[in-house]
Each structure stands twice: as C-alpha cells, then as structure tokens.
Design a protein around this ligand. Structure first.
Ligand SMILES: [Zn+2]
Ligand SMILES: [Zn+2]
Length: 242
C-alpha cells in the first residue's frame, strides 16, 4: 500500500514538474507588515517570505503602514518613499521566481484611526502623489480610481474605527486576522448591505498572525493588474482562520 502511495506521489510530482499537472489552488496574503517599515511589525521581510512559503502561500501583497507612525513630520518624498518601499523591495528580492510579491499600502490620514488598504499601486504613484496622509477619503478614492486601483476599508469594526462613507470605498476587509469574529461578522454584514467587494487578510505583524487570512484562487497572480482583476471579479475564496 505504502509503495503504491509512494509511486503515485512520484508520478504526480514528475507531472507537476513538467507542467502537465499544475496545482489548482494558489494562496495569497493581502495584508502584511514588514518589521523594517511598519513600527508595529516585528518580522523582517526575508523571514516573512520563508514563513509564508512554508505555509504553502504563493505570494504576498506588502501593505506597510503609510501613516503618521511611519513617517517623520517633515514630508520629503524621495527619502520617505525610499524608506517606505524598502520592506517591499527586500521581500521581492528575497522571494525568487516562484513567489509573487506585490506592492500595496495601508493608508491612515492625520487625525484619524481609520485604515485603508489600497491594491494595485505602483512605486511611481507613491513618489509623485505627494503626502497621502493629508488627503481625505473622497479624494484618495478619486485619485486611486483615476489609476485603476481598489480601495478597501480595513477592519472597519475594530474599536476606535468609524465607518467611512461607503461611496468612497470599493470594498471592505471582512476578515482580518487580528480582529475578533464579532467585529469581522459586522464588517461582512456592512459590506453586504452596501454591496461592496470583500477581502480577507491576516494583518501580519508577528509570527502568531501568520497565514490566518488571504485569498485562494484557481489561477496564479503574477502582477498587480492580475490581482485587481481577481479582486474586482471576486474570483477567489476567502481564507479565514480563528
Ligand atoms: Zn500595524
Ligand atoms: Zn495592517
């Protein structure tokens, strides 16, 4: 029996290597903070890649905090965005060809505790957009849309958050790995009531947040335009672990 199992495994492995059978499921983390950029993050990008590969994930969207906690008060685009991108760049360099690393942000404006996940962004946008912390929801939404990005309110029922005007978001993070079931359930109901897109993310900061959320797709995601397509069509299953 054991021998048959081993033979079957070897045949399956060979077919997979030669591209005849490809894995049918792909897992992506959509909410992840690096220790070198997000002050509350505790794990360095190279280690995050290793941990997620071990968990069978195929990629990560790096969503470091773009917030007053991250940046010094005097806005200097080149320096600050260089720093902001360093976690993403280090993770991308460590990932190799078999693991997708994409750039996202978790934006917080001055004077509020609300967080917004923006998917699809690129480096040039960040260098040229000015200080996004001064630009409130409506304007960020318009700016993001002019470039084809998607904006989601992160963990909207966590203590201290206020629900933003649903007209200024595309979607809602309905599962957040650092938020309890009750608050996530409220987020899900709010998203449904407002007919919003939905995502799931671990909100990875420390090892205990590892692989609690994300999405499962039946096609690989290699770049931000493929990610946006999957998210717009809701062409995935949400990963949710309590
Ligand atoms: Zn954080
Ligand atoms: Zn976060």
């Amino acid at each position: 029996m054991l021998n048959i199992d081993i033979c079957f495994f070897i045949i399956l492995k060979s077919l997979t290597i030669y591209g005849i059978i490809l894995p049918m499921e792909y897992k992506y983390e959509l909410h992840c903070h690096t220790g070198c950029v997000s002050r509350c993050g505790r794990v360095e990008p190279e280690e995050i890649v290793k941990l997620y590969k071990n968990e069978g994930y195929n990629g990560i969207v790096v969503t470091d905090h773009y917030s007053p906690m991250t940046f010094k008060p005097n806005w200097c685009p080149q320096k600050q965005i260089d720093f902001y991108l360093s976690g993403y760049r280090r993770m991308k360099a460590a990932a190799g060809n078999d693991f997708t690393v994409l750039l996202g942000i978790e934006l917080r404006h001055y004077g509020t505790a609300n967080d917004y996940l923006i998917y699809g962004i690129d480096e040039d946008f960040l260098y040229n957009a000015g200080n996004l912390m001064t630009v409130m929801e409506k304007h960020v939404y318009q700016l993001a849309h002019s470039r084809g990005y998607l904006v989601y309110q992160a963990h909207p029922f966590r203590v201290g958050m206020r629900r933003c005007n649903p007209d200024y978001i595309d979607g809602v993070e309905v599962y957040n790995g650092k938020t309890d079931l009750k608050a996530n359930t409220k987020a899900l109901e709010w998203a449904k009531a407002n007919n919003k897109l939905m995502v799931s993310g671990s909100d990875f900061h420390v090892v205990k947040n590892l692989a609690r959320g994300g999405i499962i797709t039946d096609k690989p995601i290699n770049n931000n335009s493929e990610l946006l397509e999957v998210l717009k069509k809701q062409n995935f299953r949400r990963l949710e672990r309590y």
